[in-house]
Design a protein around this ligand. Sequence first.
Ligand code: ADP
Ligand code: MG
Length: 684
Amino acid sequence: MEAVTTLKGVGPKMAENLQKLDIHCLQDLLFHLPSQYQDRTKIHEIGSLRGGQNVLVEGTVEHTEVVFRGRRMMISRISDETGSLVLRFFFFGGGQKSALSVGTRVRCFGEIRQSLHQIEMIHPEYTIINDYAPLKLDDTLSAIYPATKGLQQRTIRRLMGEALKILVEITDYLPLAIRQRKKMPPLADAIRSIHTPDAESSQALLNAFHPAIKRLAFEELLAHQLSLRQFRLQSLKLTGIAMPSKDKHISALKASLPFSLTGAQQRVIEEIQKDLRLASPMSRLVQGDVGSGKTLVAAAAALHAIEAGYQVALMAPTEILAEQHLKCFQEWFKPLGLTVGSLTGKQKAAERRDQNERAALGMSNLVVGTHALFQNDVVFAKLGLIIIDEQHRFGVGQRLALRDKGAGKLGYPHQLIMTATPIPRTLAMTAYADMDYSVIDELPPGRTPIKTVVIANERRDEIVQRIHGVCASGAQVYWVCTLIEESETLQCENAEQTLEMLQEQLPNIAIGLVHGRMSGADKQEVMRQFKSAELSLLVATTVIEVGVDVPNASLMIIENAERLGLAQLHQLRGRVGRGAAASSCVLMYQSPLSKTARKRLDALRNSNDGFEIAKIDLEIRGPGEVFGTRQTGELQFQIADLSRDEAMLHDVQETADLLLTEYPETIQPLIKRWIRQAAVFIQA
Ligand code: ADP
Ligand code: MG
């Protein structure tokens, strides 16, 4: 649509100010929604007013005076037949005092404040009424817009008025048949009723259950869905690598395990294998709660690719996890005659060179690593599958980069992404609509739910006693030190102090320490000692948040739990409850607890289900934070709200399917209308 400068009175300076509100074209202006409405359509009886209401009233001045009550002010009392109201002004001129003389009729608009004996308005807008020119009432509510410096409410309203005049020209890309079936108003009507609503609609509009808002939110979500689907359709056309397999390796791995796979693991592995056999690149997201056994699913996928003759890259978010995976995969793969290499940021130059060479010559069947895996100097001879484990967030931009990263003469490698933060299904299908999706919805048998308690810091001594008992019984304990917002150095110092204190209080217990400032080798050594139960208690910073697997650990203490987010706490807690023994988690907090913090800790105490917890997290924090998209602008909607509009997501997906098959011509315009970064995926 046209630039805002086509409107009367919008010069370069004002255009610049409008840009601060993210308004560039006429459409942006029309989609700049009111944050509030004021009702000047009717006059209220003074006797009926309550504090907090914003209302229009009319009355006769009974009394006006200037007084000192701590400061100079003008007070005027007006009344109608039903009651009286005080108008209070801190800034006024002499002319104002004489204008509000006894007997004058005035009309005022403002917020009612209730004080002990009276109701009042502070600095109301007011107009003197004279019988010759009666004042008209508004026909519609007045919208109040988010404004910015240099751009007043009045100006925005005037511009909006101009824009609404040419609104009829806006094209409605939603096909009529769909709109009628869903009983949605035409786009122009929806926009108009949001900006100039009738008096009855304001609550419905503000709470977003008005059909006009729903219509816009739906269209926005639809556009978002379409853009991801389109990205996916393009990916499907890329040349991938068809991988046949007779499951020789997978069967051998299964036979070597002391347990059998859960039904859910089995099912998800089959879903992945089906993709791997196809000649278009897989892009699959696997969700599973903490402890659901994602690592084995990754291992099976890797074995399929390796049997077909390809290499696999497995990326973990932390060094500790990469190291653990390296050990674990070596144990599983060596007996099958396969080689596992590793690439992390902290390797010595010589070792790094050696590992790079093995990858480049195809000598490593699997390479496990951190982000270092994707550095430019890393080359694989025959990369066929990329697995990303325990990924918290994975934006479209990153997905795009990953897709292009692996492209070689063989084609595009398959991609498997394992999430660390499960989210409800409909949301996953919205945020990751460009990917296929599997859920491991079952925990291995024999797990006892983790018992979570919330305890104030003052009861630390009791907790130390409890650790003593747990260690004496042969089980192991994590003590997690947290200090967010502070520097990593402070975090590590804090962990060191905690270690000293615990050593003093628990002299007979072997205690280790792991934090982010230790060298890779030191970290490895401590983790090895803990895993082999040489250490009974591990003091750690949040470096152990994801992936760490020591099934004999059955108690976790988290200090200052109120400072961490829900998803993070759930992940941390997932380090226990991995064996058959009953496990517990103690969330310590510094009182007093804020209301939100209390809500978070209660949510954890009441549930062990990551999907459930994610839902609550979304309600408390909102999608921008949960998906980590606040900075990138991704999944940030202008009108829609993922938690509020969750109920329409399914419908959005169905409609996207319908448009893709029956109304392909609507797709580009819809995407372009709603998605700023659309260009990025369209070109991709
Ligand atoms: P996730 O990565 O999903 O949090 P892991 O893959 O680390 O979970 O597995 C958690 C623990 O459960 C590990 O100790 C693993 O060996 C064990 N495990 C995995 N699958 C099974 C199964 N089918 N039966 C019993 N134990 C299992
Ligand atoms: Mg894992």
